[in-house]
Write a protein that binds this ligand. Structure first.
Ligand SMILES: Cc1cc2nc3c(=O)[nH]c(=O)nc-3n(C[C@H](O)[C@H](O)[C@H](O)COP(=O)(O)O)c2cc1C
Length: 194
């Protein structure tokens, strides 16, 4: 266990077991996000953590899952069991805020993973609808939500493909291509074809 092996293990999950995610874990995830770096220490983010199943079901209808869920539709019994909505206080927003949001989302994801809970970060969301469901005032934006639950799929990590799209095989398994380390890493200075 450790950051590197957790990051290697982490995959986006969109199909979940129907096991409750305890609020104590959501609290721990948000605490990790709270302690994460933010540009100029602005701390412009707030969080709504939800494991009330009625509200979770409403949120599930206001987000767009890719992968098998997109191809075959959300089946009953596969839904996420919690959400954490990441809010931005508009008054404290800066040009770096979206970076802060990403860092917070990764902290949430890694703390959840440690407890066996998987996540899907979600930017394709109906923001106004989510604000309505959660009673979020106008002074806040919702750039990203994180869906959480115990995983019921095991995506396979693949080497790079031309288009880098993830794909579903005949068994319904998700395959996720990643660029190679050689392709993304330059040693000491940027060199074309390095
Ligand atoms: C900022 C951001 C927004 C995302 N939005 C969505 C989304 O709306 N729906 C979805 O199903 N997946 C979403 N994803 C998940 C990506 O599709 C996923 O990270 C990518 O396919 C790579 O898979 P991996 O996370 O297993 O490495 C998002 C990821 C990020 C970082």
């Amino acid at each position: 266990m450790g950051a590197y092996s957790d990051i290697q293990k982490r995959r986006t999950i969109r199909i979940f077991q129907q096991k409750t995610v305890p609020f104590s874990l959501l609290k721990k995830c948000v605490n990790a996000a709270r302690l994460s770096p933010s540009a100029c220490n602005t701390q412009s983010l707030r969080f709504v953590a939800v494991n009330d199943l009625k509200v979770v079901a409403e949120l599930d209808k206001a987000v767009y899952f890719g992968g098998v869920v997109k191809e075959k539709g959300r089946k009953e019994g596969e839904e996420p069991k919690a959400f954490i909505a990441i809010l931005v206080d508009k008054e404290k927003k800066s040009k770096y805020t979206s970076i802060d949001v990403g860092i917070a989302a990764e902290a949430i994801t890694l703390v959840a993973l440690e407890a066996g809970v998987a996540c899907c970060m979600m930017g394709a969301i109906q923001k106004e609808r989510i604000k309505g469901i959660l009673g979020i005032p106008n002074g806040f934006e919702v750039p990203l939500v994180v869906a959480l639950g115990y995983p019921a799929e095991k995506p396979v990590l693949e080497g790079p493909t031309k288009d880098l799209f993830y794909w579903i095989d005949l068994k319904g398994e998700l395959h996720v291509p990643k660029l190679s380390l050689e392709e993304v890493l330059h040693r000491n200075r940027f060199r074309e074809g390095d």
